[in-house]
Design a protein around this ligand. Structure first.
Ligand code: SF4
Length: 81
């Protein structure tokens, strides 16, 4: 049995229509999210490698913790390393 490698990456996406701008996500995923001057999340569009398990866990926390279900994790096939 071989070791399964995690290939590809993910991007945390926000639905701006659903987002209330209270900024809870920055507390749950501070390495992925920063806030603009009105409290709305700014998330880098650059994919994060799936091998970055800490970032992936943070993204999952943010998705689960978003009170408006405005966040989603989008898988990306190719990631620049
Ligand atoms: S936690 Fe959800 S609703 Fe709140 S600012 Fe972040 S994305 Fe928007």
């Amino acid at each position: 049995m071989g070791v399964r490698r995690r290939i590809g990456g993910f991007v945390l996406k926000v639905n701006p229509i659903l987002c209330d701008g209270f900024g809870h996500c920055v507390e749950l995923a501070p390495d992925l999210v920063r806030l603009d001057e009105w409290g709305y999340p700014i998330i880098s569009p650059t994919p994060v490698p799936l091998s970055n398990l800490a970032a992936l866990e943070s993204a999952r926390y943010a998705v689960r913790g978003c009170p408006r279900q405005a966040l989603a994790i989008e898988r990306v096939a190719d990631v620049q390393s």
